[in-house]
Design a protein around this ligand. Structure first.
Ligand code: NAD
Length: 290
């Protein structure tokens, strides 16, 4: 089993690295946070105080970091030129397409194979090893990345060339953000028109309004399957992270000259909501749609 360096063992990366250990990999962990490293150690990782040392002699490097600026800095400063050139590099963070392509291109120029492999699924899926990975990179790089990602997820999909994983992720989340708002405002209107919300759910979930935000993650407490709405909107996927993804989508849309009026409105509404309630699950936006 290949030895893997894992950089960024926070809410998501902590569980992902633990699953690599469970699958039989030796894992070298590096994080700026001492708490994250303590948890990594308890989960069976070897912990390092220096990223450059952590990537020495490994066959793969996985990163799960907050944003594109940090990903760029970590690859330029600590990974490229320090990990063996035959190591495969996998960035699982959610970042902008342009930075993903830029970092991969620098890595390739230095002789590495690299993929962008952002995830769908939250902290619970990271802990359970049931994430979905959307992967951008060459066929050859995907073939090498796939077994490593499979140890942390239930589905690993090749989206296309470099940056395609990030493109798929932000397109999906732009649709998710817009559909959650549309679902929330629809239930609020149904209520104001005097409909019983369970009855409306029973109708719409079997009619053409049906969508994932309604039938898998209903924002109305007590209606549909168990969801963060049933837990005062705690846990789940934080509104601040939805806002992050919508901003990335708007940046990509502007770079690609794409007209995305619903995505733009969703970004505006999450901007206002997350300013006050960034920690609440993104379905809590229904509360602002009175
Ligand atoms: P987090 O803040 O919990 O974890 C990030 C970790 O990176 C922290 O432990 C931090 O100390 C570490 N870090 C920051 N800079 C570093 C550096 N220079 N070197 C080493 N370590 C460094 O964030 P998270 O929730 O785990 O999210 C990670 C990524 O996953 C983000 O890009 C996020 O958008 C994406 N994501 C998160 C979720 C979710 O539900 N939390 C879901 C899907 C995707």
């Amino acid at each position: 089993m290949p030895r893997i360096a894992f950089i960024g063992l926070g809410n998501m990366g902590g569980g992902m690295a633990a699953n690599l250990v469970k699958a039989g990999h030796a894992v070298n962990a590096f994080d700026l946070s001492a708490d994250a490293l303590d948890r990594a150690k308890a989960n069976g990782c070897a912990v390092f105080a220096d990223a450059k040392e952590a990537v020495g002699g490994v066959e793969a490097v996985v990163t799960m970091l907050p944003n594109g600026k940090i990903v760029d800095a970590v690859y330029a400063g600590d990974v490229i030129g320090h990990a063996p050139t035959d190591a495969i590099l996998l960035d699982c963070s959610t970042i902008d397409v342009e930075t993903a392509r830029g970092v991969a291109s620098q890595a390739e120029q230095a002789g590495y194979a690299m993929v962008d492999a952002p995830v769908s699924g939250g902290i619970a899926a990271a802990d359970a090893g049931t994430l979905t990975f959307m992967v951008g990179g060459s066929e050859a790089a995907f073939a090498r990345a796939e077994p490593i990602l499979s140890a942390m997820g239930k589905a690993v999909i090749h989206a296309g060339g470099s940056g395609a994983g990030q493109a798929a992720k932000i397109c999906n989340n732009m649709l998710l953000g817009a559909s959650m708002i549309a679902t929330g405002e629809t239930f609020k209107l149904a209520e104001k028109l005097g409909l019983d919300l369970q009855t409306f759910y029973d109708i719409s979930s079997k009619a053409s309004g049906q969508n994932w935000s309604m039938t898998s993650y209903c924002p109305v407490p007590g209606v549909g399957p168990q969801s963060p709405a049933d837990n005062d909107y705690a846990g789940g996927f934080a509104s601040a992270l939805m806002l992050k993804d919508l901003r990335l989508a708007m940046e990509a849309a502007s770079g690609a000259d794409a007209d995305t009026p619903m995505g733009a409105r969703a970004a505006e509404l999450y901007e206002a909501f997350a300013a006050k309630h960034g920690e609440l699950d993104f379905s809590a936006i229904i509360k602002s749609l009175e």
